[in-house]
Design a protein around this ligand. Sequence first.
Ligand code: DP6
Length: 361
Amino acid sequence: MIESDFFSDPYSNLPKQGKVAWKAPSNIALVKYWGKLAHQIPANPSISFTLDACATTTSMAFGKKEESSDTFSFDLLFEGKPKEDFKPKIQTFFERIDAYVPFLKEYHLVIETSNSFPHSSGIASSASGMAALSLCIMDIEKQMNPDMDEVFFNKKASFLARLGSGSACRSIEGDLIQWGTHKNIPESSNLYGIKYPFEVHPLFKNYHDTILLVHKGQKQVSSTVGHELMHGHPFAENRFQQAHENLDALKAVFASGDVEEFIKIVESEALTLHAMMMTSMPYFILMKPDTLEIINKIWAYRSENHVPICFTLDAGANVHVLYPESVKEKAIQFIQDELVEHCEKGHYICDRIGQGARKIQ
Ligand code: DP6
């Protein structure tokens, strides 16, 4: 599909008022999106596990304005309280998606949103937040166009979410989502995420992600700034090429269940992401000493015990510990015995691969 497929048909039947609500999960990238072009087009393809427990729930009440106007009108409540400082981000998002959902300006919206994870956990809520918001908007559009099928609904939700935050386009469906054009992945697109179209071994169907909260404060450098620094980065082209190659390599890994190869690709991707940060100009480091302590302990544990536990990182100091269902007890024991001491206040979140967003009735 191309961009123009996402323009809406003129609506004849705008509902007067209503309320919709969706819960959308976060996701964790295995091959990372880092670097982008104009209009939220990724510089390289990526792939992620959709998560389950870490999620944002958003409701949107809509009431038709008395008179049409050319501005967006909305109130925003976060965890029950008005949240003025989130509004500019949503205003920008609405401006970006205006051409595709022009009915939004016909309404006054009351948006209420909350996260399942604590506010200052260092877990980014932009992926789950933008996904939940996009699904609410699509739900309203579907009321005007009831014949819309589920495939289009999900694609357009992912398309809109991408315009809010790139990684959000991978938070609509589960359980393994690929985003970004790749020559060997049919149907892959820079515009939206797709369900991974190839064979996936059962081992990768029940993966766990225990998120170790190493540093809960605000990051010094936002992802948006980090992406920007990939322009003119001395290693950018090689890095983008590597992401394509890693997606190719993952095809055989997912099909065969080769967990050793999986670990090599996933850990290398995580460290490459942070290597890009350290070699940007200006350079920066988001890992903390405890991030490195955890990584070293995972490596030592894995080589001594031959248990397939590995790590990945997002753009922060927290560590995502990944392992298959079959080693769950051992992994949790190891995390409690050796890794929790590196978490801020001993906090961590047990999450696992999930099946995507769902409507709240
Ligand atoms: C390191 O999606 O947060 O998590 O598009 O500017 O909102 P924006 O960036 P964002 O970047 C996520 C980067 C990452 C890797 C990934 O999720 O693929």
